[in-house]
Design a binder for this molecule. Sequence first.
Ligand code: PEP
Ligand code: MG
Length: 570
Amino acid sequence: MSMVFQGRGVSEGMAMGAVFLLAQQTLKAPDTPARDPETEVEQFEAAMARTQARLQDLYDQACRKLGKKEAEIFDAHLTFLQDEYSVSMPIEELIRADKLTAAQAVQRQFDALADMFRALDDELMSERAADAEDLKQQLLRAILGLPEQDVTRLDQDVILLADELMPSDTVRMDVSHVVGLATRLGGVTAHTAVIARTLGIPAVVGLTGWEAQVENGAQAILDGTTGRLIVAPSREEQEACAAARAEAERQTQELAAFRNRPTVTSDGVHVGLFANIGSPEEAGTSAALGAEGVGLFRSEFLFMDREDLPTEEEQFCAYRKALEAMGGKPVVVRTLDVGGDKKLPALPLPREDNPFLGCRAIRMTLKRPDLFRPQLRALLRASAYGTLHIMFPMISGLGELRAAKAMLEQERRQLQGDGVPMGPVKVGIMVEIPAAAVMADQFAKEVDFFSIGTNDLIQYTLAAERGNEHVADLYTAYHPAVLRLIAATAKAARDNGILCGMCGEAAGDARLTAALVGMGLGELSMSPRLIPKLRKLLSEWTMDQCRQRAEELLSLPDEAAVKRYLEQAG
Ligand code: PEP
Ligand code: MG
């Protein structure tokens, strides 16, 4: 019998593969009766051996990649596990005398150790308590036969199932075999959703109920349109999935004709359809998919999945590579945007109660010239190799913009003095805080372009956190307040003769495309896979029709009316 779980589809398409449970939840020993004590002891010993071998391997790897100091934690864990009096002897005793399973005995003993360390109320001892918790999880994982968290090398097609995917998980995953992503948490613009759309992988978020039921390795179908996960699908369900995939493939072929054309409305007005990317390699694939430029290079991805910070030279090479891959087409690189939900291993930031309202993006980089200046220099040096635009994220006031521009200018002068070749660089801002949208007429006098970041603009306008499934129904680009801020920003740009683009997820929403163009957006930047579809769509509209649609949409009183209108108008 198949099992069906329902979530929110955030990246269209159907996937079929084996479930890969990315076990981030805290494991608990199952409440099952114990087998005979010798079998349980054997299982415990095998798990101990596997865990020790793994720790040794992690230690060796960490020594090589990060140095001995960083590797110490694994050595400390090994020593802890090898302490017979605290670990193997009492656990075997619990199995034999109390008739516990290996998992239950491990849990009981490590909980007791953690409690004991905690009771000592000393900083060092509370670290030991955390070590005990960590080792308990590792041993339980080994006993229960759960997979390693390693998604870097997969040997079959998998649907990743997790509580939540962190950027560091997705940066590491083996994309040739991950065919679907599903998470318990998250909304439409959570990291999982964005990355899935970029990679063209079906994805579902807010998927619940599977936690205790779905086994690792079970065959499953993920439907990124309806938001359904079907585990152990019937033959008919498998056939329906295969048919849907064949139809999607047929549509992709049909749209291939739109890949290498410029984007023009039916009355000949050009609109730029650009790509959002996170690595220089994606620039190459975007160009192949028909992107007319890169509208958003999220530079923070260069800083993720590594234990140190990229040097100026490394960044220079990455930006240069992206520019060269685009062969003279514009590339908008956004300066480091960390904080909020984006964390860097190499840059621990202070804990904040409300990180989305905290010291993120430009607020952080202005305080950390040691990070910001090398990035600006790397960008300026790369500008000699293509058409570079630099964009500052999370600008809320003119002061921030001026400070960032001043630093950029200082670095430019310095490089010029050193005789370093540079090309002309346009400077723009993300309009993703309502304050910037409201004050767009002032900003427009001091920048070359705007790019509207609806992912954040929605959350700050509607006070609905972008990744929070409890307010996912409130978080929508269809709220008239969001639409009016977009229109006002575009108007301010037009009045001041600068370009206004959009690089938030709403830019790829086919239902909004005509209205956005009608509001005056001249560039839409999105997952490059969406480009051919939107190019075809725009070729069927005149500019007057787009303007009329924008006008009608902007006159509606609430989100429900906007939704109704878009459904009826098609
Ligand atoms: C946005 O906020 O719309 C955006 C494009 O940036 P990010 O999703 O990286 O915050
Ligand atoms: Mg943003």
